[in-house]
Design a protein around this ligand. Structure first.
Ligand SMILES: *Cc1c(COP(=O)(O)O)cnc(C)c1O
Length: 377
């Protein structure tokens, strides 16, 4: 197999056949000429297909070792399309008990009304996952590492539980990126991304991606992508492709910097706990070591002095920018309870109020450490 970094730069991105342009052009067009009725070069209308988007979709499929990649207007648009293609009213889904807040909201507020039920379960525990499966379960939906608690789920284990129940496994691989973890190779049926995060990598575009191995499922999802229409525009597809080219080197640095931040936080007197799968005492450490290349750039921690201290730390950092989202080159800090995960307040998925989440960027590690030290003091 061609190496990951080579695929990131070249898969789907041969020089433009008409002009020789080395970089895939932004095909900013909605429609395409037909020589005669029905005779065209493979493109008719840009909701159905656009060459810039095709390049991104081909690249995504290569990076996740799937047969079909599909790009969407956002991660949630990708989720919605997957769910309303693979599920019908009356079906049941097992979801993580610490799912991304927007994912939970989609299940609780939209799909529930549409007749799809869900059960949150601690998917880091395979027995708990198995116990949540019912005779109407059609999907297990998993994130690993989870957002924001950095829990780890055993992808191969969940895939066999799903398949035993005649259900399928979807893995939201946003936190790891395909550089660190490739769920399809571990038995998952669908891998999904908010490409807004590490794949795009520069906090300048919102997007989603789906990759599957099974060609028939790929066809069904492609049909829905066109029928439901939540596609990205060509410029957004181009920005995402441009980000992907450096995914490998960025992830290496994200992981190195995160490791240093974790070491500092773990020995800091204001910190009650550090949540990071790279720590040997993390309950998912062994599984993470088996299924991931490294442990990623996301770090969460809890403060001894509760929510007030957590809010104070978020207010005081300068290099870590206070903001939602993650996975960009710049470091971000946020308070999940009041920001990204406000939509799960009062539910079984509520997050601790003393929790702070960091997206460790690729700035100089010394500056990141000094910034956190100052904010914690
Ligand atoms: C951000 C995020 C999403 C949603 O993606 P959008 O691009 O914001 O729609 C889904 N899953 C995870 C894990 C995320 O972090």
């Amino acid at each position: 197999m061609t190496g990951f970094e080579t695929l990131a730069i070249h898969a789907g991105q041969e020089p433009d056949p008409t002009t020789g342009a080395v970089v895939v052009p932004i095909y900013q067009t909605s429609t395409y000429v037909q020589e005669e009725v029905g005779q065209h070069k493979g493109y008719e209308y840009s909701r159905s297909g656009n060459p810039t988007r095709t390049a991104l979709e081909t690249c995504l499929a290569a990076l996740e070792q799937g047969t079909r990649g599909l790009a969407f207007a956002s991660g949630l648009a990708a989720e919605d399309t997957v769910l309303r293609t693979m599920l019908s009213p009356g079906d049941h889904v097992v979801i993580p008990d610490d799912a991304y807040g927007g994912t939970y909201r989609l299940f609780a507020k939209v799909l529930e009304r549409w007749g799809v039920t869900h059960t949150p379960a601690a998917l880091g525990d395979l027995d708990a996952a198995r116990a949540a499966v019912t005779s109407s379960t059609r999907l297990i939906w998993c994130e690993t590492p989870t957002n924001p608690l950095l829990g780890i789920a055993d992808i191969a284990g969940l895939a066999s539980i799903a398949h035993d129940a005649d259900a399928r496994l979807v893995v939201d691989n946003t936190f790891a990126s395909p550089y660190l973890q490739q769920p399809l190779t571990l038995g998952a049926d669908v891998v999904l991304h908010s490409t807004t995060k590490y794949l795009g990598g520069h906090s300048d575009v919102v997007g989603g991606g789906v990759v599957v191995q099974d060609e028939a499922l790929g066809e069904e999802l492609a049909y829905s992508q066109n029928a439901m229409g939540s596609v990205p525009g060509p410029f957004d597809a181009w920005l995402t492709l441009r980000g992907i080219k450096t995914l490998g080197v960025r992830m290496d640095r994200h992981c190195e910097n995160a490791q240093q931040v974790v070491a500092m936080l773990a020995s800091h007197r204001a910190v009650a706990a550090v949540l990071y799968p790279g720590l040997p005492e993390h309950p998912g450490h062994d599984v993470a070591s088996k299924q991931m290349r490294a442990y990623g750039g996301m770090v969460s921690f809890r403060l001894k002095d509760g929510e007030a201290k957590a809010l104070d730390v978020c207010r005081r950092t300068k290099v870590f920018t206070l903001g939602e989202s993650l996975g960009g080159v710049e470091s971000l800090i946020e308070h999940p309870g009041r920001m990204t995960h406000a939509s799960v307040a009062g539910s079984q998925l509520e997050v601790p109020p003393d929790l702070v989440r960091l997206s460790v960027g690729i700035e100089s590690a010394d500056d990141l450490l000094a910034d956190l030290e100052r904010a914690l003091s």
